[in-house]
Design a protein around this ligand. Sequence first.
Ligand SMILES: [Zn+2]
Length: 155
Amino acid sequence: MSQKNKLQVEAIFQGTVIDHIPAKVAIKLLRIFKLLRTTERVTIGLNLPSNQQNKKDLIKLENVFLNEDQANQLSIYAPLATVNRIKNYIVISKQKLKLPKIINGVLSCPNENCISRCELKSSDFFVRFKINKIYLQCKYCERDFEHKIVIFNNI
Ligand SMILES: [Zn+2]
């Protein structure tokens, strides 16, 4: 590994490294998935050089571990991201993300009349594939939205 790469992914003792986030998306992930609700050290790399993508973002969360379901929810915004879990400076698992079946509590429903928006409910969306597109169906108003519409509504 070159010196440049070492600095880019400086090791953490334990925690989670979310790598291969599309450039400009890390800040959204931090906000939407409330990853800053921690007093632990969080390091963010923006617009880093990447072999697979032109530029990438990276998030390091020390002493924070995302479970598989939490990690998979990130795939709505960062489908090619990998979630690395680190212990004693060693990567103990490297998870490639899969679309989750359900997204809970992070996205608000684009339907202004939806009950999930006026009561303090946590939102729930069922994730479905239809003709190569991802749709999110709100559990409360049962409306189907193309996932880009929901994402655009939650930027
Ligand atoms: Zn709804």
